[in-house]
Ligand binder design. Structure first.
Ligand code: BG6
Length: 503
């Protein structure tokens, strides 16, 4: 049972609040998972009062939480708003008065979860101002601080942010969020591996040939030009989401499924990332940017022609990389990451390619790839798992035909795969940090990514063009094919695949 508390969201009039945070809270409310006495205080620069904030959020809910019943509107009266200049330390007294006032109305201790969903350059300021108003102390109730991504833009800035936060807050009060860890299917990687001995015992360099992790989006940069162009996809997606998925694939079994053990094992994966340097970079990393094209009759603009993007931008909208873990379990097993905007479809999946049988006694239809077992763990959409194996083709001879067994979450009657923010908010409310990143882990990810970013920013890294709506530059195929390996070309539907599948 959760303790009664208040959630205070900084950046309350922003996109994340309306698209993700409030829909997640409304959904928890509809499932009766919130505490009995609970309120949300939105804080932002936009001048709104409780009534206008409620009205805005009430009109956003049906758009961003379409699964919720009409009764979900009962959540809206729990919302409150305080407009302040977040850069002015004196203004935090108003936040304090509102928080204390709400707690008094509800008759609850000063338990508070502060959520930083503002532009990241405000994180140090807000966290310090909260502390200066004593809103970081636990004496009269617990205080937790959730920090949205991006957590820094390189190792130095991430270290500095950790230093600034830790000057006023204890590590156990800090929740560094990566919404990929809140995805049911990412968490299932742990259960799938450690609750199924048949897979766990094969999960190492003796049986695994290589692993692919793909996260594709069909959308372009949308309305986030300012942020994205200063970031690029390596910072935006690889440093955090893809490395977290990699950690869940590669992690050793933790002694317990508590925050300390899981996060410690995750850190070990990041510590084992083999640094990419000098010549490795050109051999192991392909960066790309989408060019104009026409997809299924629709004209797609080049990245550089998107609103707000400078004409000569060299931001990466695609990245493919080969990496290794210096780790007994994964000795010499390549992990290939592929991520991009304006790819043919939106899909995130992990493909584990098992080694070929030592002696190919049978004729296999379908080429070299068909001689291997593949396990596809679909993170989104059509969430599920598919195992490919060889079967004797009925009839004369002993020809092997690749077939598959698949499981789709949608087959579980009455089960909705919850939004990642629901799970993560609920965990933080109950003080469980298992699915949140430790400061040291975030720094390790940056120290792996920093050389890639420095290479890109030095201007030495080639930036390959690819037509919007394609699977990225040809060089990304060359990267994996140089090792005798192949990308899977996923479709929306887990069971389909192949370069020319219907999207
Ligand atoms: C965000 C990135 O963290 O994740 C976005 O900033 C990206 O660029 C998004 O589109 C992808 O999240 P999801 O959950 O839709 O895969």
């Amino acid at each position: 049972m959760l303790e009664n508390h208040i959630v205070v969201i900084f950046g309350a009039s922003g996109d994340l609040t309306r698209r993700k945070l409030l829909p997640a809270l409304a959904s928890l409310h509809a499932q009766r998972l919130l505490p009995e006495r609970f309120a949300v205080l939105g804080v932002g620069r936009t001048p709104l009062d409780d009534a206008s904030f409620r009205q805005e959020m009430a009109s956003a809910l049906p758009r961003f939480a379409a699964h919720l019943p009409a009764e979900a509107a009962a959540f809206v009266p729990l919302l409150h708003y305080q407009s302040i200049d977040t850069g002015d330390p004196a203004a935090y007294e108003q936040v304090k008065q509102r928080v204390y006032g709400l707690c008094a109305e509800l008759g609850i201790p000063h338990n508070c979860l502060f959520y930083l969903s503002t532009p990241p350059d405000l994180y140090p300021k807000i966290s310090a101002c909260l502390a200066a108003s004593d809103l970081n102390t636990s004496g009269d109730g617990w205080k937790r601080l959730v920090v949205e991504k991006p957590f820094g833009r390189d190792l130095a800035s991430a270290r500095e942010l950790n230093r600034q936060l830790l000057a006023e807050w204890r590590e156990d009060q800090l929740y560094r969020i990566d919404h990929y860890l809140g995805k049911e299917t990412v968490q299932n990687l742990l259960v799938f591996r450690f609750a199924n001995e048949i897979f766990d015992s094969l999960w190492n360099h003796r049986y695994v040939d290589y692993v692919e992790i793909t996260s594709a989006e069909s959308l372009g940069v949308e309305r986030r030009a300012g942020y994205f162009d200063g970031s690029g996809i390596v910072r935006d997606m690889v440093q955090n989401h893809l490395l977290q998925v990699l950690a869940m694939v590669a992690i050793d079994p933790p002694g317990n499924f508590d925050a300390t053990s899981v996060r410690y094992e995750t850190l070990k994966v990041f510590q084992s990332l083999r640094t990419l340097q000098d010549a490795d970079l050109a051999r192991s990393v392909v960066l790309g940017q989408y060019a104009a094209s026409s997809v299924r009759g629709q004209e797609m603009a080049a990245y550089r022609a998107e609103p707000g993007i400078p004409a000569g931008s060299r931001a990466d909208t695609f990245a493919a990389m080969r990496l290794f873990l210096d780790h007994h379990r994964w000795f010499d097993v390549p992990f290939y990451l592929r991520v991009g905007k304006r790819l043919p479809t939106r899909v995130t999946e992990v493909v584990v390619h098992f080694r070929k049988t030592p002696h190919p006694a049978f004729g296999v239809r379908g080429g070299a790839e068909a001689q291997q077992n593949h396990l596809i763990i679909r993170i989104q959409p059509d969430e599920g798992i598919l195992l490919q194996f060889g079967l004797k083709e009925p009839g004369a001879g002993f020809h092997v035909k690749p077939v598959s067994m698949d499981f789709h979450y949608s087959d579980l009657a009455d089960t909705r795969v919850p939004e990642s923010y629901e799970r993560l908010l609920l965990d933080c409310m109950s003080g469980d940090a298992t699915l949140y990143a430790m400061g040291e882990a975030v720094e390790k990810c940056w120290s792996f990514i920093d050389p890639v970013i420095a290479w890109r920013e030095s201007g030495e890294a080639p930036l390959f063009g690819y037509p919007a709506g394609s699977w990225g530059p040809r060089e990304a195929d060359a990267l994996i094919e140089a090792d005798g390996h192949f990308w899977r070309y996923p479709c929306q539907n887990l069971a389909s695949g192949g370069e020319y599948c219907e999207l």
